[in-house]
Design a protein around this ligand. Sequence first.
Ligand code: ATP
Ligand code: MG
Length: 180
Amino acid sequence: MYLKNLTLRGFKSFASATTLRFEPGITTVVGPNGSGKSNVVDALAWVMGEQGAKSLRGGKMEDVIFAGTSSRAALGRAEVSLTIDNSDGALPIDYSEVTIKRTMFRNGGSEYAINGDTCRLLDIQDLLSDSGIGREMHVIVGQGQLDTVLHAGPEERRALIEEAAGILKHRKRKEKALRK
Ligand code: ATP
Ligand code: MG
């Protein structure tokens, strides 16, 4: 399994549709300050279901929608789609290629889709949760986050390790079941 391509349209500074193609292995994104490198990482987190505006470096969720520049009007929606190569079957779905898509409208509405079929956020989270990628897995390490890990107390450090080991998901399921 590897990330194949990421298409952004109306997401943060990417007003026009922009596709990044990745190969297996390591990808490096380079560019001047403010050119949109971190926005690409935000788009990855967002399409995989990130729900926190702060994690996306914004004040509110709609800050991900292209806000306009002096030469270009603001847009009404942000769209990101991510295609994952699944030829090794790591994702529990019968397709060798899986495209997940998230759309958000300025009026607050959101849409999610898997391979073109409308779905719920939960379906995307379930699809990704055993794969080692996705919102609740600590695979996106942001600028400055390493410092946070190094300075974390024992409890926070334990939570990070549990998350990385995939225990957190089971604990959440257990808590949910106990509430019922
Ligand atoms: P650095 O090297 O400093 O980390 P970077 O390449 O990571 O820079 P980003 O943080 O990805 O840069 O991009 C910042 C740019 O994105 C800023 O110019 C900011 O105005 C623009 N931007 C962020 N959100 C939006 C939005 N909603 N609409 C338009 N532009 C946006
Ligand atoms: Mg950056």
